[in-house]
Design a binder for this molecule. Sequence first.
Ligand SMILES: NC(=O)c1ccc[n+]([C@@H]2O[C@H](COP(=O)([O-])OP(=O)(O)OC[C@H]3O[C@@H](n4cnc5c(N)ncnc54)[C@H](O)[C@@H]3O)[C@@H](O)[C@H]2O)c1
Length: 719
Amino acid sequence: MITKTIRYELDQGIATLTFDEQGSPVNTMCQQWQADLDAVTAQVLQDRAAIRGLVLASAKSTFFAGADLKAVMRSTAADGPRVFAEIERIKRNFRTLETLGVPVVSCLNGSALGGGLELAFVGHHRIAVNNPKIQFGLPELTLGLIPGGGGVTKMTRLLGLEAAQPYILESRLFGPEEALKIGVVHELVDTPDALRPRALAFIEAAQGQPEACQQVWDRKGYRMPGGTAANPKIAGLLSVAPAVLRQKTRGLYPAPEAALAAMVEGSLVDFDTAMRIESRYLAGLMTSGVARNMVNTFFFNLNAIKGGHSRPKDVATYRPKKVGILGAGMMGSGIAYAQATRGIATVLKDVSLEAAHKGKAYTEKLTRRRVDKGQMTAQAQQDILDRITPTASAADLQGCELIIEAVFEQRELKAAVTREAEPMLAEGGFFASNTSTLPITGLAQASRDPKKFIGIHFFSPVDKMKLVEIIRGQDTDDETVARAYDYVQALGKLPIVVNDARGFYTSRTFGTFVMEGAAMLGEGIPAPVIENAALQAGMPVGPLAVLDETALSLSVHVLEQTRIDFQKEGRQYVATPGETLVERMVRQHQRPGRAGGGGFYDYPEGGRKQLWPELKTLFEKPGVEWDLQDLKDRLLYRQAVETARCLAEGVLTSVHDGNIGSIFGIGFPGWTGGALQFIYGMGQDAFERRCGELAARHGSGFALSDAVKAALRQHRPVY
Ligand SMILES: NC(=O)c1ccc[n+]([C@@H]2O[C@H](COP(=O)([O-])OP(=O)(O)OC[C@H]3O[C@@H](n4cnc5c(N)ncnc54)[C@H](O)[C@@H]3O)[C@@H](O)[C@H]2O)c1
């Protein structure tokens, strides 16, 4: 029997189900597969008398990819009952196969994640190829879902309530060796060819052995490792677990809470009931807004970035070998680390050899920590350090395919170092600036070839921040954009591509967040209320705290520059209420930020930072009223509006760049799926309505022009 997604063969008593979705590089639990599984399971039941063993195998390079996520994108709250029925239908087939009374063997030739691993769990005996590239795990929570295809119930029954937590609640992925150790697989083989003979050997040995044809949790006398939730010791641990979880999710992410509930509730009931409990939770999540947002962005948008959707086509892949960095300060030394750990020969230049060495020492410091923890050998560390050549001489840059400048944020200095270093580039090389504020097109004027000049904007700290914003200047050519994209990917980071404009995408939108917070302070709202509103909305840090970190003085500096630039164009820049407040803090009250001794917060030596007590007397207005939901909305909507404007103005050219850029660059909350999915998730009409209300009360920062509305409509993703 051959269906569109499963081949079924019965030969000498061995029934083989080979998963092979036609026209797709991977197997998924699409509608067709669900129907095919029904048909194949019915056939197996018909053939039951002739079957001595069942083999599950894949014709793809991975075993099975998992759920059909496009279907998640299309479902709404009204689909709950249908989705529940679908999940139950798949699991009923799984259950039929694993309770046939014949040995079932899963042959894992490649990765099995999420639904893929849940399918593998149908096998009583699971054999995997011992290839470290193969990954197993239940990463559903990262997409706002739970492993509800049996994963929660089976993993918990296999490992126990405590040991299963990292695999379910933290989505921990693991390779074949770890899978063997924890019992997710039972046997490893060296090559895919060795899978079937071992499967047949197991089936042979299992004949007449009823236990070999049963899952561990179905065997007589099964006890959950460590005990169920009724065990007093476990119950003690579980009494704090929800609080710990809540602290992490802030109530914004329903999936971890549902997963924990399904684990605990499932431990107290029989297997079939536990399976039904997880189905219900999963159906609820699958039809909820948060899961759709997260699937949209952490699956589809991330894949678009990894798949190079914003990379110009028809340019050969560039693999960086030797890259120079000008400026061994905070950013330059971080970029050197990122390059050297990825095998790229790095020339790190500063004004003195001493300063350059200091920059290299940063890599020594970061790698030493890993050596000390046993995560890296001393030799590996040495190899990394050997890749960094500190220097004070531009001549050492000779032969670099790319040179990135990360010197002080001054136009003239940047122009000077560009002129000095460009002649050292290898034939066909290109030059980049890591500026966070200066327009690239202007900086490119100093270049001998503006086509080969581009912005590569890293975030601080470089070793932790995954996002890199690539800025295309007016003259930058496609080849240079593509090569910058390849360079960022070679560092294992996420590139977004934006067009040149003041503040590019991330700095500009980030600015609206912090300035909205500062504006609230100016309105008399207490600082702790503002900071907490941001945290409750899901931002990682409050706007005032972030302003302190990036320096209020820097914001004032940018403001001054903007005024000058406007003046040159014959216009006058009107500072926003937030900017006015920040300027007051710096000029009147000498509060430049954390590095300058204090800003909105005080930083007592050795103590915890505290909000500056003077904020109360200076800014709070007695009798001022606020609505917490309004404050939370203002902080998120303001950024979403700015992102939509960037889309309308062509600063952003795709939705995925906006979503990924906002989450990984600015800290826009993951539950929203990013600043544009925030809009599409709630629906454009609802967004426009709420913006109208906010604009009426809180100013033009929330106003949506017709062009912005049209751009949003035009880019709306369709699944
Ligand atoms: N700090 C951030 O968070 C951040 C984030 C993104 C981008 N940036 C941008 O990165 C650039 C560098 O920022 P930073 O924070 O690393 O600054 P920094 O002050 O820490 O480092 C600048 C370094 O440049 C060196 N330098 C000055 N003149 C030089 C020359 N002629 N040749 C070689 N080196 C020279 C200085 O000695 C110093 O070590 C700036 O353009 C900044 O806007 C900074």
